[in-house]
Design a protein around this ligand. Structure first.
Ligand code: 1HN
Length: 347
């Protein structure tokens, strides 16, 4: 209602609004243009978190509170344009989680879908419905909606990963449920079992006793070694896409779609010296710099990028990436949800 509509009856209209307000009735004509904008507008800002200082704060928290006490020892990466929301984009959440040697983050499940992208460490695990994914740096691990999950670190070093969840999306639908089991889920299968049964373009017969995982979303571990090798092979053969570089999306093998119903994830490699053509899309995206250095120009603002930096690019912000050395990025967004709703666009 910044600029009131020109109208000879202004004062009578204002009097009408004042009378209606206690009945929770409001005039659409005063707000229509703010509700239905010709192009996306968001309060979310482009922002970069350097890894070293965030890591330092997280380790200090590690001295003061245990994973057990905290349930999850996490520093939220909150978008400075969305204060008080625990959101990094309008629909997504991000946090950095620390698990120290010997610790267990107790078993629970919730309707929020989550991914983990390992920032450092080796040998800690996430158990999904009682099967461990042994994690290494830059592995992607999923804990889909309503699947039990706990984390444990039996290695000698701290492990830190990025948590990406659809918390604001689930909040929007008022559809949050959660249950706590505590401790560790009883083991249901040896580590790697799902990769053997579902991860090689094979799957058990539906309804057979070998079909242990949910048929619609069986996979939950996408190891760094595998995706990095695919990107490298791709980069050896062809030219990078002008707007994306060499890019690969992680998929759910059950349907060839995104990894989870609400979250898409991908990796890309920009060869040294490469600059992307400007691109914008309606899915605000969270990036991790896996390897290399460069910069991101977001809506005209230049942001330097170094290894393990985290970057958020809001919906419909024009992005130009430049690689000073070979630059490898991981990214996740709500594209999966937007495509189902017929909303996703790029330009
Ligand atoms: C959660 O379950 C985890 O399982 C991490 O590691 C972060 C943030 C909000 C809600 C649930 C985890 C979370 C979370």
């Amino acid at each position: 209602m910044d600029t009131p509509l020109p109208n000879d009856n202004r004062s009578a209209l204002e009097a009408l609004y004042a009378q209606m307000r206690p009945s929770s009735l409001y005039p659409l004509w005063e707000v229509l243009h703010a509700l239905v904008t010709p192009a996306p507008g968001t309060e979310a800002r482009a922002w970069r978190w350097q890894y070293a200082p965030a890591r330092e704060y997280l380790l200090r928290a590690g001295d003061l509170i245990s994973a057990e006490q905290a349930e999850r020892r996490v520093l939220i990466l909150e978008n400075p344009g969305l204060p008080g929301t625990s959101a990094i984009t309008n629909s997504l959440y991000a946090g950095l989680q620390l698990i120290l040697p010997g610790e267990v983050a107790p078993c629970h499940r919730h309707t929020q879908s989550a991914l983990r992208f390992v920032m450092e460490g080796q040998g800690a695990h996430t158990a999904v419905d009682g099967e461990r994914a042994m994690m290494s740096a830059f592995d992607l691990v999923l804990t889909p909606n309503w699947q039990w999950h706990d984390h444990g670190n039996h290695s000698g070093a701290p492990m830190i990963w990025l948590d990406g969840l659809d918390i604001p999306t689930v909040r929007f639908y008022a559809a949050s449920f959660a249950e706590r089991m505590g401790g560790e889920h009883p083991q249901t299968a040896p580590a790697g079992d799902t990769a053997q049964r579902y991860g090689r373009n094979l799957r058990p017969f539906g309804g057979s006793i070998a079909a242990r995982r949910p048929a619609g979303l069986p996979l939950f571990h996408y190891p760094y070694q595998e995706w990095r090798e695919s990107l490298a092979a791709m980069a050896r053969v062809g030219a990078p896409d002008p707007r994306l570089g060499h890019a690969l999306e992680f998929i759910n093998p059950a349907d060839g779609g995104p990894v989870m119903p609400t979250i898409s994830a991908h990796v890309r490699l920009l060869p040294k010296g490469f600059s992307t053509a400007p691109r914008r899309a309606t899915d605000g995206t969270v990036f991790v710099v896996v390897e290399g250095q460069g910069s991101a120009m977001v809506a005209g603002e230049t942001i330097p990028l170094a290894e393990r930096d985290l970057l958020v690019v809001p919906s419909w912000s024009e992005l130009v990436l430049h690689a000073d050395s070979d630059l490898v990025l991981f990214g996740y967004s709500d594209r999966a949800a937007q495509e189902k709703l017929g909303l996703w666009r790029e330009g």
